[in-house]
Design a protein around this ligand. Structure first.
Ligand SMILES: C[S@@+](CC[C@H](N)C(=O)[O-])C[C@H]1O[C@@H](n2cnc3c(N)ncnc32)[C@H](O)[C@@H]1O
Length: 321
């Protein structure tokens, strides 16, 4: 099933986006050309949701909410539970609360006051997960918000939410990796949140983000950091806080120097926050026996991960190209 087919043409009917439309389409179609044993189950969930009445998307802090009197909570819950685990959110459908592992509104609150307002801007959300933040960006009045996320389950979760929305909203999520995007100075605001530490080459990631930025655009970069002087980078051996594929945790000064090396300007650190068990928590929406932050930390010293590294701290940096 191609999740985005109906909307693609309408979304890319835009002076700037037209230039990257063909390659985005080809790459996205390719991404669905896989044998994934979960797709039948995800498709059943999506078909059930598509058949339901639609409602207006609104903010009902801390939830993104969709209200429609005749939505049947039992059908909704059963469909959404076929799409576990829900990492990003939270969402609410009438009074059904989908409490995702991450309380995403907390990150949004940390950055919202610092960014250039998104109204009428073209926005790229790299590593968008299920599109929780992509939707928040669109709800700020952006002209177009494109989320890119290679993990197929998260594309299905996004399609599930989107299928319940009645109002026009200029947003789209596609199964594309940043490296696969056609380089094009298209977007006025580019977000890379929680993605840099998963990259084997941090410089390639930063340079590619820059390639996507229109003249005078803004980059919002959020990533894990550790304390240390300029030049210091922690390269975890094996897992970090039980996560595989964590390749680099720079000090803030190191990260700023990487951005300067990539020729970014006006580099501002706007927030440094330790991840708390309020923000990343165990909920029924991440599945049975699932673990979350508290299980990833050393029980005798929560300032350390189970592997003995400093517990997760994230920085938000804003800069221009
Ligand atoms: C930790 S999640 C962050 C999700 C969301 N941006 C947030 O801040 O909560 C990182 C996401 O980035 C995606 N990702 C990893 N490498 C990527 C790449 N090269 N291009 C696009 N997305 C990528 C992963 O599949 C994952 O869903």
């Amino acid at each position: 099933m191609i999740l985005f087919k109906d909307e693609f043409k309408v979304f890319f009917d835009d002076l700037q986006l037209k230039k990257i439309s063909d390659q985005c389409l080809r790459t996205s179609l390719n991404a669905f050309n896989v044998n994934n044993g979960n797709i039948p189950k995800w498709t059943i969930a999506l078909d059930a949701l598509k058949a339901m009445p639609k409602g207006k998307i609104e903010l009902n802090e801390p939830y993104i909410s969709i209200n429609q009197n005749s939505l049947d909570s039992e059908i909704l819950e059963s469909a959404f539970k076929k799409l576990l685990p829900w990492r990003k959110g939270p969402f609410m459908f009438n009074n059904l609360k989908l409490e995702s592992e991450w309380q995403g509104d907390l990150k949004w609150k940390r950055l919202q006051k610092h960014i250039t307002p998104l109204k009428n801007r073209r926005v790229l959300d790299v590593g968008a997960g299920n599109g929780y933040f992509t939707l928040r960006m669109a709800m700020e009045g952006a002209k177009k918000v494109l989320g890119i996320e290679p993990f197929l389950l998260f594309n299905y979760q996004y399609a599930a939410i989107k299928s319940l929305i009645s109002n026009e909203i200029n947003v789209m999520l596609l199964p594309i990796r940043l490296e696969e995007m056609p380089s094009s100075a298209t977007f006025d605001s580019v977000f890379s949140m929680g993605v840099l530490y998963h990259q084997r080459s941090h410089m390639e990631h930063l340079l590619k983000l820059k390639d996507m930025m229109a003249p005078g655009a803004e980059l919002i970069l959020e990533t894990l950091v550790v304390e240390g002087p300029k030049g210091y980078v922690l390269i975890p051996e094996g897992r970090y806080a039980q996560m595989r594929n964590v390749h680099c945790l720079p000090s803030i000064e190191t990260l700023k120097s990487w951005l300067a090396d990539a020729n970014f300007n006006n580099i501002k650190v706007v927030d440094i926050s330790k991840t708390s068990p309020k923000e990343q928590r165990r909920t029924e929406w991440i599945g049975d026996n699932a673990a979350s932050l508290e299980d990833f930390l050393d029980p005798s010293d929560p300032s350390l991960t189970k592997e003995g590294y400093p517990a997760p701290t994230r920085v938000i940096i804003i800069c221009n190209n």
